[in-house]
Write a protein that binds this ligand. Structure first.
Ligand code: SAM
Length: 408
């Protein structure tokens, strides 16, 4: 979502004649786009803003995104040289801000779909197009700040999302990634949208992120078997393997239900692979609770995970729960879980050796190596020649990334 927001911010600025620069010293406008899911990023952005102001005393300096909404006008007190603070649903006000760049501007309200109506037409030459179809969250997990920063769930009209996909394909995109904090909670039927977008001949790959387990409808699960353009890789956040912790997190499913969804997905699409999100060290998490998380991580064989130490967030119920877990314990548990997931990934990578996959070019490195993505989003390194799409035979899979040869 932040990649998409940053692209749109770049679009707005380019439309007004600005160009991207690599150096802070050369910039006329410096913008930090922020995420407030965990506390560390919040702290980091304030030091980064302070440093940027020291390095360049003249540029218009601003912060956008969730930390902007979280800290509100207090951001101006913390960084006196800051010019603007725009929340994740207010960054379309940037042109207004730049009309009077030396003043102080604060827009952090939740404006619903207004942003999407006001933003200029998207332009991009990337192969992957990120299309937000849903924003915000109404699930109220006890640890999560998103309902406060991005607001309650809203879904964009079906035709607007379809038009965005058509526009992106017209500009050369071949992979469509639908976005939402709860993307499969999309009110106008994600499965129907995927089916429509799959009909566009320029579209080669479709994926969506991030899903919520209980919003996996039968129709969407079945589509994984029926629609070949839908990648065989799904992020389905479990968060914890312990029923007690899931309940304290206000996650309304049990482990059997979660495993049932995976089983159905595998019935329809036997080669599907799953990734998850995990939070370790949630308040009250005992060694036995954590062991349940490790057990399920091994059993399901998640090939990837966004695993994080629990981070206390303001205004959330978990922040004031008793039995907060010491930092050292969280760190230790995270390392154990990371090892398990890495082991799953290595064993999946090994199983790919000798197989051939349709891959999409991600970038070319200075060394001349080409980096492709398999349908499971693994990185595969090959030597040229460069084609945007090609079949690659995997020759080595013993490390985090794969190596392969382009099949002629
Ligand atoms: N659809 C996802 C779901 O089912 O939860 C929501 C994704 S949420 C926007 C991003 C991820 O950030 C969550 O899955 C969670 O693992 C992580 N996260 C949120 N709040 C956190 C916190 N306070 N500490 C650590 N991780 C957190």
């Amino acid at each position: 979502m932040n990649v998409y927001d940053s692209q749109r911010i770049q679009n707005m600025l380019e439309g007004r004649g600005y160009e991207k620069t690599d150096g802070i010293k050369d910039a006329d406008v410096i913008i930090f786009n922020t995420c407030s899911v965990r506390e560390k990023a919040t702290n980091k952005v304030f030091s980064a803003l302070g440093r940027a102001r020291k390095e360049n005393g003249f540029a218009t300096l601003g912060m956008v995104g969730c930390v902007a909404r979280e800290t509100d006008k207090d951001a101006f007190r913390r960084i006196p040289g800051l010019n603007f603070v725009l929340g994740p649903q207010s960054y379309h006000k940037l042109p207004l801000v730049l009309e009077n760049p030396d003043a102080k501007h604060l827009y952090v309200d939740l404006s619903g779909l207004e942003k999407f109506d006001e933003l200029p037409t998207m332009t991009s030459s990337e192969l992957v197009a990120y299309i937000p179809i849903q924003e915000g969250c109404s699930h109220c997990c006890t640890y999560c700040i998103v309902p406060f920063t991005r607001g309650p769930e809203i879904s964009r009209p079906f035709d607007d999302c379809l038009d965005d996909a058509k526009l992106a394909v017209g500009q050369g995109a071949a992979e469509i990634c639908f976005l939402g904090q709860n993307v499969n909670g999309y009110k106008y039927n994600l499965a129907a949208l995927i089916r429509e977008v799959a009909k566009l001949s320029g579209v080669r790959r479709i994926r969506y992120t991030s899903s919520y387990p209980t919003e996996m409808t039968e129709e969407l699960i079945e589509l994984h078997g029926a629609e070949p353009k839908l990648l065989p890789f799904l992020n389905l956040p479990l968060q914890s393997g312990s029923p007690n912790i899931l309940s304290a997190m206000n996650r309304p499913y049990d482990i059997e239900e979660y495993l049932g969804i995976i089983k159905k997905l595998r019935t329809h699409r036997p080669d599907i692979q799953i990734s998850s999100d995990f939070i370790v060290g949630f308040p009250g998490e005992t060694p036995a609770d954590f062991e349940m998380t490790c057990k399920i991580a091994r059993e399901v064989g998640f090939i990837n995970s966004y695993s994080f130490k629990y981070s206390k967030r303001p205004r959330t119920a978990a922040a004031i729960m008793p039995d907060q877990i010491p930092e050292a314990v969280k760190k230790e548990r995270l390392a154990i879980l990371d090892d398990i997931i890495n082991e799953n990934m290595r064993s999946f990578n090994k199983s790919c050796i000798g197989k051939t996959f349709d891959c999409m070019l991600e970038r070319e490195e200075k060394s001349g190596n080409l980096i492709y993505r398999t349908p499971y989003m693994q990185q595969v390194i090959v030597k040229g020649p460069s084609n945007e799409f090609c079949k690659i035979k995997i020759t080595d899979g013993n490390k985090c990334s794969l190596r392969g040869e382009i099949c002629q």
